[in-house]
Design a protein. Structure first.
Length: 233
């Protein structure tokens, strides 16, 4: 246990900071992914064929390509794109991409593909009778969206979005390949330094399990809150 203690003789404080980094990347990726998911769901439900085709292509590609490959493409391709743009303005040096930004955006785009389907399904699950009733009593589109659509879509989408959040948490382990010091990267560093890989990878497993367990509890509370007043069969 001394290896996992705080201070100069242990790695506890380093693992704690790595856990905070994991949470930061996952939270940012999840929020950006919600934006992509909302836009993707709107496109899939759109009357425009081009928008539907673009959204279908986005979800098909991102769900069919390995996540690690997407991260590599963003990490190495991002530098190439930036250098190409910079060369147009006379810059000839190397431009690197920040590992935190790369990881967050890559995971966000991956999660956005899953969020798209979750949100689309939630919209389709809203009973049409409630929408028709709202229109019958003279609700405007804005009021209908605020009072009917948002609460209902949130209630139906929360279980799926909870799974997307769990996915974001676990996918942060993949961005260790970019050098960002999150839980997996810090565990690898500590393992190499102490020659005790089982100790630190077991500690990493416990940290991930704590995060996912707390997340499950949090989303269950949110689901209970969103379903308040709903009659259960």
């Amino acid at each position: 246990m001394e290896l996992l203690s705080w201070g100069d003789r242990g790695w506890g404080d380093e693992l704690f900071r790595a856990t905070l980094m994991t949470l930061a990347v996952a939270a940012l990726a999840f929020l950006i992914g919600l934006v992509f998911g909302t836009a993707g769901a709107a496109a899939k439900l759109s009357r425009w064929r081009v928008a539907r085709a673009a959204a279908d292509g986005y979800t098909t590609v991102l769900r069919g390509v390995p996540d690690l490959l997407v991260i590599y493409l963003f990490y190495f391709g991002g530098s190439s794109v930036l250098m190409t743009i910079a060369s147009m303005f006379g810059h000839t040096g190397f431009i690197g991409v920040d590992a935190f930004t790369t990881g967050a955006i890559a995971i966000a785009i991956i999660n956005g593909a899953y969020s798209t389907e979750v949100i689309r399904g939630a919209v389709l699950a809203v009973p049409k009778g409630e929408i028709e009733a709202a229109r019958a009593v003279g609700m405007s589109d804005a009021l209908l969206f605020r009072r009917i659509m948002i609460p209902q879509v949130l209630r139906f989408a929360l279980p799926g979005l909870g799974n997307v959040w769990q996915l974001a948490l676990k996918e942060t382990a993949l961005i260790s390949v970019t050098g960002l010091v999150e839980i997996m990267r810090q565990s690898t560093i500590a393992s190499g330094s102490t020659k005790k890989p089982f100790t630190f990878f077991a500690a990493a497993a416990v940290l991930y399990l704590i995060l996912t367990t707390l997340s499950t509890w949090g989303f269950q509370r949110a689901e209970t809150w969103s379903a308040r007043g709903v009659r259960r069969a």
